[in-house]
Design a protein around this ligand. Structure first.
Ligand SMILES: [Zn+2]
Length: 162
C-alpha cells in the first residue's frame, strides 16, 4: 500500500517536471483536415488534391512517419508550397513544433555540485540525530522538523535528475 502510494506520488512529480505535450491534433490530422479528396491508402499513406497547383486528380502523396509527415507532389510543388497553400508551415509537419524541440534541448541542466552539497548537508543532520538517539537523547520538536525537511529534500533530489 505505502509503496504504491509512493510510486504514484513519484510518477505525479515526474509528470509535473516534464509535462507531456498536448498532441490531440497530430500533424496528419492537421494537414489532412485541410486537403480535398483525401484517399486513405493504408499504412499511414494518403493521397489528396494538391492545394498548391490546379489539381484535377489527386497528385499529392502524403506519408506519415514516426515523427513527421512526408509530402510529395507529382506536379513538382515543394512541401513548403503545399503547406503554405493551406495556411501551415513546414514545422507543422513535425510531431512537435520545432520551437518546442529547441526548448527541450535547451532545458537547463541541474547543478550536480549544488545538489550533492545539499544532500551532504541533509545527510549530516540525519547522522547527528541518529547519534543523539543512540546516546539516549530525546529529539526536540525542532530536531524532528529538521529531520522531516531532510527526508523531503533527499527524496526530491531525485526529481532534479529524472
Ligand atoms: Zn502540386
Amino acid at each position: 500500500m505505502e509503496a504504491n502510494k509512493k510510486a504514484a506520488e513519484f510518477s505525479q512529480a515526474a509528470s509535473n517536471a516534464f509535462p507531456i505535450p498536448n498532441n490531440t491534433s497530430s500533424p496528419a490530422t492537421l494537414l489532412l483536415g485541410r486537403l480535398e479528396k483525401v484517399i486513405d491508402r493504408g499504412g499511414g499513406q494518403y493521397s489528396a488534391l494538391c492545394p498548391a497547383h490546379e489539381d484535377k486528380s489527386p497528385s499529392l502523396s502524403i506519408k506519415e512517419t514516426d515523427d513527421r509527415i512526408l509530402l510529395y507532389c507529382f506536379a513538382g510543388c515543394s512541401a513548403g508550397d503545399v503547406t503554405a497553400a493551406v495556411g501551415l508551415s513546414l514545422a507543422d509537419l513535425y510531431e512537435r513544433p520545432l520551437d518546442d524541440r529547441r526548448l527541450l534541448l535547451k532545458r537547463p541542466r541541474f547543478d550536480a555540485r549544488a545538489l550533492l552539497l545539499m544532500l551532504k548537508h541533509e545527510a549530516t543532520k540525519v547522522a547527528i540525530a541518529a547519534h543523539d538517539i543512540a546516546e539516549g537523547r530525546t529529539l526536540t520538536e525542532d530536531d524532528r522538523k529538521a529531520l522531516e525537511t531532510a527526508s523531503r529534500r533527499i527524496s526530491r533530489a531525485m526529481e532534479a535528475v529524472t
